[in-house]
Design a protein around this ligand. Sequence first.
Ligand code: SF4
Length: 73
Amino acid sequence: MIPVPNPRARRERVILQGEIPNPTNIPVGCRFHPRCPVALDECRKIDPQLLPQAALHQTACIRADEIIPDKNE
Ligand code: SF4
């Protein structure tokens, strides 16, 4: 989550469904895909690399460019 400089700003809380993976049996592909609400079939195959998303922000998600609306916020 990217910090917002307004302490009064409210965000919708997202409650993830599903179980946390067993650390001795991490899922293939993106390790978050079993609980990700926007996962695609590729997420089960590709292990996303940590890449710069903005000046001081990095993501490891193949959909980061679609999901994060403005890289400069
Ligand atoms: S790569 Fe991104 S969209 Fe895919 S499962 Fe991981 S976090 Fe979700």
